[in-house]
Design a protein around this ligand. Structure first.
Ligand code: HEM
Length: 497
């Protein structure tokens, strides 16, 4: 009899613990701030509120912005409630000392968990070795790395799209191909030529970001107190730990190889890549270099390949821009050889990229920040300490024809503004003191890739197909992974290598 009672008690406890955890960990909205929501009927009432922001974020924010014009409101996101700030406050917040980008990202991406170390390396602003490597070292060396980028682009294009004078069209999975090309280019600059051709490293560099996103999303579905227990049952989490082990296996011997040894009196030749730059920045402080490289991959690869994919899709959507873009490339590279300055003279290409980013933005909100101390906006609204905020993207640019793609728009509107300039009207790279420090490298990389693409290929949608809508997920917009395009090789007017 006693045994039967004991069994029942264990069973009840097993059932109650998760329910209690669920109730205790329920994230509460911030008091006094309107909540964006859809009317939920029938079974929908049982679905967590965060599903609305996951599945139909654009519609949800538009509806809430209409209900609360130019005012802040909050949405239930996977990692908790987030306050959406209207675009008119972007400049007020851009350099605010009490707003932290990395802490906000750390919260979303479980930066303190083993395996998520690639996100963890960005936390702790004072000691941020990866950030300074990009901000200072990478940006100072853009001229030096241009030749390597050009060489790697030629090789990556041959590898991915094949070479020869085949005139018949072929089908390309553009997003996967751009991901591989960008992974190769980034790896060439971050770790050198051997890594840019190393199949296992490239697999890790491409997959780590995908698995960080999937593991985080699944973990956010679980009540916070149970997350440390449940994470071990999530396959994406195992893969993350596997990527970390793989990165250590490849990068640690490389670090060792670069150290002066007792047997050999001669110091190994210095490599100008991000591993050496990180060592310079670290100045002897201990640092997890493998995690640092994973962090760089997360920041650099999917963001840039997404932009490259969007640019190619725009060429299909607006084929009339191809001829003037080609003409500019031929003019510049016909006169001078590759350099950062030569690429900077491609003003039309710059305007093209800015227009692509404007019209097919990466998200509906940017400037993701964690509030370290109460922040008071100029209209008196108080953003409470501990909250996470997002600033709404500008929707109309103040231009009547904002929905039309215009290649010359940025050259005519603001001749001195570049693709890499940020403003409340264009927050594709964020805005303010946390604006993307890798954008100058990304712009250089994208322009080199597009020079090769435009001169070597003719691209089009498959017959009868057109542009498909981007996938919405919380505040982000991404192109679907399976887009196929028709690619035809052409004879370039000038040799690029
Ligand atoms: C087209 C490509 C890229 C896009 C669209 C992009 C976009 C962004 C955005 C939106 C942010 C947040 C900025 C903010 O909230 O104000 C950011 C931050 C960051 N990006 Fe990029 N990025 C790109 C490429 C790169 C590359 C190539 C690197 C590295 C080489 C990089 C490194 C970083 C870093 C380190 C941060 C964190 C900045 C901080 O903590 O202050 N990004 N990026």
């Amino acid at each position: 009899m006693l045994v039967a009672y004991q069994h029942t008690a264990v069973l009840v406890a097993l059932l109650l613990i998760p329910v209690l955890c669920l109730l205790l960990s329920r994230r509460r909205p911030y008091p006094g701030i309107p909540i964006a929501h859809f009317e939920r009927r029938g079974l929908q009432k049982w679905m967590p509120a965060k599903f609305a922001f996951m599945q139909r974020p654009g519609e949800l924010l538009s509806k809430a912005s209409e209900q609360h014009p130019n005012r802040c409101f909050q949405v239930a996101a996977a990692s908790g409630y987030k306050i959406i700030v209207p675009n008119r406050f972007a400049n007020e917040l851009r350099n605010h000392p009490d707003l932290d980008f990395n802490e906000a990202t750390a919260k979303d991406f479980f930066a303190h968990y083993q395996g998520f170390n690639g996100a963890g390396v960005f936390v702790g602003a004072k000691d941020n070795i990866v950030l300074d490597t990009v901000r200072i070292k990478l940006n100072q060396n853009l001229d030096l790395i241009t030749d390597s980028l050009v060489d790697e682009t030629g090789e990556a294009f041959r590898n991915v799209f094949g070479s020869g004078s085949n005139e018949s069209p072929r089908i390309t999975h553009i997003k996967q191909h751009m991901l591989h090309i960008v992974a190769r280019l980034s790896s060439r600059v971050f770790l050198g030529k051997a890594f840019s051709r190393h199949a296992e490293w490239l697999r890790i560099a491409e997959q780590y970001t995908v698995d960080i996103f999937s593991a985080s999303m699944l973990l956010h579905m679980i009540p916070a107190p149970l997350q440390p227990l449940v994470c071990c049952f999530i396959p994406a989490y195992w893969r993350l730990r596997g990527h970390l082990r793989g990165a250590r296996r490849l990068i640690e011997p490389e670090l060792y190889r670069r150290q002066p040894s007792l047997e050999c009196a001669e110091k190994p030749a210095r490599m100008e890549d991000s591993l050496s730059w990180m060592e310079d920045v670290a100045q002897g402080r201990s640092f997890d270099y493998a995690a640092g490289q994973l962090g760089l991959s997360v920041a650099a690869i999917h963001t840039t390949s997404e932009m490259a994919t969007k640019a190619v899709l725009q060429l299909c959507e607006n084929p009339e821009v191809v001829a003037p873009l080609r003409e500019e490339i031929i003019n510049v590279l016909g006169r001078e050889s590759w350099s950062k300055n030569a690429v900077a003279k491609m003003h039309l290409l710059d305007s093209f990229l800015e227009e692509v980013q404007r019209i097919h933005r990466g998200g509906i909100a940017s400037m993701h920040r964690l509030v370290k101390r109460d922040v008071v906006l100029s209209d008196g609204f108080v953003i409470p300490r501990g909250a996470t905020v997002l600033v709404r993207e500008c929707l109309d640019y103040g231009e009547p024809d904002w929905s039309i793609f215009n290649l010359q728009r940025h050259m005519n509107m603001h001749p001195r503004v570049r693709f890499t300039s940020t403003s409340p009207a264009n927050m594709g790279f964020g805005h303010g003191k946390h604006a993307c420090p890798g954008r100058f490298f990304a712009a250089l990389e994208l322009k080199i890739v597009l020079c090769f693409f435009l001169l070597h290929y003719q691209v089009a949608f498959l017959p009868g197909e057109g542009r498909v809508a981007e996938i919405e997920f919380e505040h982000q917009l991404v192109t679907p992974p399976d887009i196929r395009l028709e690619l035809r090789e052409r004879q370039p007017e000038i040799a690029l290598l």
